[in-house]
Design a binder for this molecule. Structure first.
Ligand SMILES: Cc1ncc(COP(=O)(O)O)c(C=O)c1O
Length: 496
């Protein structure tokens, strides 16, 4: 009877299916015990097949589970993909920025001028060079390609066509500012110069006379001050307020100074060098509106704008209103973000037609008509989509250097503090917690073979402080070497 029932049971194909599935299920259960990790997923898959095979239709409940598993699987794949991309990105950035380049004897100020400007450093070859605003990275490959292409296809270097203002050149700036800063520029508003200081000096001459005042917020890149004193202009310093590691504007004093009719120009450095402070929209607006109110011409030096760190927003002064735009000269150039100072090219946007015309005339009267051919090519290729991609990688690398420095100093020597950096790569180390005087700090740095920028010249009148500017745009191994020397120097000092 039992045997009879058994044959009846397996007699029908339908029941045979159930039986085979049952056997498969048992087999799976045994296997899954051996492979515990696969267990849950495989069980679900098996059950779905089981119902499918057995009843010929998919049970809705299992269908839902299957979908969830599919989604989990595709999320895992996506995660793996983004992890792969992240890894590739890290590798690419290491290749672009992690390579140490020997810049000694390469016609470069940063390394080759140590013995001239800093004779106190006995062995220039051993100095950690973290001073001037110049990055130790190979230039964006797309810029190199552009220059190489020009050399290969046409190696005639006669007068460059600056006077006719080559359209692709102008368009590169126009679309860059539109895309990245929502700032509209007309081609006829652009003026080309060799560098930022030439622009500033020309504007000083154009918009002020001898002994008239130029309002300058300090600390600031010292040559902006020097340019004014060299041509007999009066410096009206507007010291920034240093509070909790950040600089703030003293608006009360600023308004007083702007109200003085002898003061004709204000220089606004946004983002600020040194420190890398990005002025907020409200701060920029207030400064620009005050200048307009008191008829003081605004020179807005925005050459660090493209190095604004993620999380901060740069505001172009001229973008605030047409009236402000008409009262402003905005200096915009890839020379800082793409490290092109050696190619002598810069631009300034002057929307006021009359000031623009006078500016060109003034420049011509000083013998300036042409900009370097390679500079123009580099400029165009910097302000391109390829350039933008490189810049994104650069910013990631700079952020990782900044974080590395923070972690290293916190662990190794917390008495040396780092100022908050919102843009650029020129931040400041604050040595005040070491309780050492300026001269002693400087001496330790010299003895340690570390060249940081002493900020005395960045103030007017000059003043010493326990803040030193550090350039972190270098391969991380070089930054580590520099920090190790600093920490070793200060630790040895505390032992003595
Ligand atoms: C804020 C600022 N403006 C102007 C300059 C000078 O730029 P350039 O070499 O184009 O004259 C520098 C140089 O580092 C700077 O930091």
């Amino acid at each position: 009877m039992k045997i009879h029932c058994f044959f009846l049971f397996i007699g029908s194909t339908y029941n045979l299916k159930i039986f085979i599935n049952f056997l498969l299920f048992c087999r799976y259960k045994m296997l899954s015990k051996l492979r515990p990790k696969m267990k849950k997923k495989q069980t679900v898959k098996y059950l779905i097949n089981f119902f499918d095979n057995t009843f010929g239709l998919r049970n809705i409940y299992f269908q839902q589970i299957a979908q969830e598993f599919k989604m989990q699987e595709s999320n895992q794949q996506k995660q793996m993909q983004s992890e792969n991309e992240k890894q590739q990105q890290i590798e690419r950035q290491k290749e672009l920025f992690g390579t140490v380049v020997n810049r000694m004897h390469s016609h470069c100020l940063k390394y080759d001028a140590i013995s001239i400007f800093f004779p106190e450093y006995q062995n220039p070859e051993e100095v950690s060079c973290n001073w001037v605003g110049d990055m130790d990275f190979n230039v964006c490959p797309y810029i190199t390609e552009g220059i190489q292409k020009r050399i290969k296809t046409n190696n005639i270097y006669g007068y460059p066509g600056l006077l006719i203002k080559y359209e692709p050149f102008l368009n590169s700036l126009i679309s860059w500012c539109r895309r990245r800063h929502s700032y509209e520029i007309q081609p006829q508003q652009i003026n080309i110069t060799q560098n930022t200081l030439q622009t500033i000096s020309t504007l000083y001459r154009l918009k002020s006379k001898k002994n008239q005042g130029i309002i300058i917020q300090t600390p600031i890149y010292y040559k902006i001050i020097d340019q004014a004193t060299m041509i007999g202009r009066k410096i009206v310093p507007n010291p920034l307020i240093f509070q909790d590691g950040l600089y703030y504007i003293n608006f009360e004093l600023l308004e007083e100074q702007l109200a003085d009719p002898n003061n004709k120009i204000m220089v606004f450095c946004n983002p600020l060098n040194p420190s890398g402070r990005v002025w907020t929209y409200d701060e920029v607006k207030r400064v620009a509106e005050l200048c307009l109110k008191y008829d003081v011409f605004l020179i807005s030096d925005e050459i660090f704008a493209d190095l604004t760190l993620p999380g901060y927003k740069h505001t172009i002064a001229g973008s605030i209103s047409n009236e402000i735009n008409n009262n402003t000269a905005t200096i915009f150039t890839p020379s800082k973000a793409f490290n092109l100072s050696g190619l002598s090219i810069s631009t300034v946007v002057i929307p006021n037609q009359e000031i623009h015309r006078q500016f060109t005339q003034k420049n011509n009267s000083q013998g300036f008509y042409y900009a370097n051919i390679f500079g123009q090519i580099a400029y165009e290729n910097a302000y391109s989509f390829q350039g933008e991609q490189w810049l994104t990688d650069l910013m990631d690398y700079i952020v990782s250097n900044y974080e590395f420095m923070q972690q290293y100093l916190t662990e190794q020597y917390p008495d040396i503090e780092i100022l908050q950096m919102q843009a650029g790569y020129l931040t400041m180390l604050d040595f005040s917690k070491t309780n050492l005087p300026y001269q002693k700090i400087k001496q330790i740095l010299i003895n340690s073979n570390v060249l940081l920028e002493d900020l005395s010249d960045f103030f007017y009148p000059k003043q010493t402080s326990q803040l030193f500017r550090i350039n972190i745009a270098c391969p991380q191994v070089k930054l580590k070497e520099c920090l190790e020397k600093i920490v070793h120097g200060f630790k040895s000092q505390s032992k003595n």
